[in-house]
Design a protein around this ligand. Structure first.
Ligand code: FE2
Ligand code: FE2
Length: 172
C-alpha cells in the first residue's frame, strides 16, 4: 500500500516549532521554581514545578502527533531561560506575558490548520485550548493578587500557601 505524507509542510514546521516553544516555556518555569525555592517561597516553587511539568507534557503531545502523522519530529537548541527577577510580581509579570503569548500561538496554529483545511490538526490543537485559557487566567490572577499585597510579607506567605495547595490539587 502506498501512502503520501498527509501533513502540509507549513503546518508540520509550525507544529515542530511548537516543540521548542513548549520546552522553552517549561525551562522558564523550572528556572522560576529554582529562584523561588532558594528564597523560601516553597509553595510558589511547587506551583512553578507543576507548570514546568505541564509544558513538557504538551511538548510530548506535539512530538507524538508529528510522529503519528509520519513527520519525524526534529529538535533544536533552546535558549537559556531568564534566572533573575526583582520580586515575585516581576516573575509573574513574565509568566503572564508567556501564557498570553502561548494562547495567541495556539490561536495562530489553529488558523494555519484551517488555512490548509487540516481538520485533524485543528482537532488535535483544540485539546490545548481550555487549559491554555485557564492557565492564562490563573497567571493574571496570581499577578493581580501579588500586586494587591505589594511588598507585605504576611500577604506573600498567604499567597505562597495558596499556591502550594493549588499545586497539590493539580497533582504537583
Ligand atoms: Fe504549553
Ligand atoms: Fe502553560
Amino acid at each position: 500500500m502506498s501512502f503520501r505524507k498527509s501533513l502540509n509542510d507549513e503546518v508540520a514546521n509550525a507544529l515542530n516549532e511548537q516543540i521548542c516553544i513548549e520546552a522553552s516555556a517549561g525551562f522558564l518555569y523550572f528556572s522560576m521554581a529554582s529562584w523561588a525555592s532558594v528564597r523560601g517561597l516553597t509553595g510558589m516553587a511547587k506551583w512553578f514545578r507543576g507548570e514546568a511539568a505541564g509544558e513538557l507534557t504538551h511538548m510530548n503531545l506535539f512530538v507524538d502527533y508529528l510522529n503519528d502523522r509520519d513527520y519525524q519530529a526534529k529538535f533544536a537548541t533552546i535558549e537559556a531561560p531568564a534566572c533573575d527577577w526583582d520580586s515575585p510580581i516581576d516573575a509573574f509579570d513574565m509568566v503572564r506575558t508567556q501564557e498570553h503569548q502561548l494562547m495567541q500561538r495556539m490561536n495562530d496554529l489553529i488558523d494555519l490548520a484551517d488555512k490548509h483545511n487540516d481538520h485533524l490538526t485543528h482537532s488535535f490543537l483544540t485539546q490545548f485550548v481550555p487549559q491554555q485559557i485557564a492557565d492564562t487566567a490563573e497567571a493574571d490572577d496570581i499577578h493581580d493578587r501579588l500586586t494587591l499585597v505589594g511588598g507585605d510579607g504576611h500577604g506573600l506567605i498567604l499567597i505562597d500557601q495558596e499556591l502550594a495547595r493549588e499545586a497539590e490539587a493539580h497533582g504537583g
